[in-house]
Design a protein around this ligand. Sequence first.
Ligand SMILES: [Zn+2]
Length: 68
Amino acid sequence: MCQYCQGTSFIDNDLLIEFDDSEELVDTVKVYVTSEAKLFLHNDYGAVAVPINYCPMCGRKLEREGNE
Ligand SMILES: [Zn+2]
C-alpha cells in the first residue's frame, strides 16, 4: 500500500498524475486511484472512472467492494 492507494476516498490519496493536452484553454486532467479499484480521471468538464485491478504505483491488488 502506498500514498496513492491507501485512502478510503480518492481525495485522501496523493495525485497520481496530472496533464494538460489542450493548447487553447486550461484543462488539467487529474488522475487518482480510488478505493473502489478504479482509476479516476477528472477535469473541469467531467470525470470518468476506469476499473483497474492493481495500484499502478505499488502493485497492490485493489479490493473491490460488492460484486465483481
Ligand atoms: Zn499503491
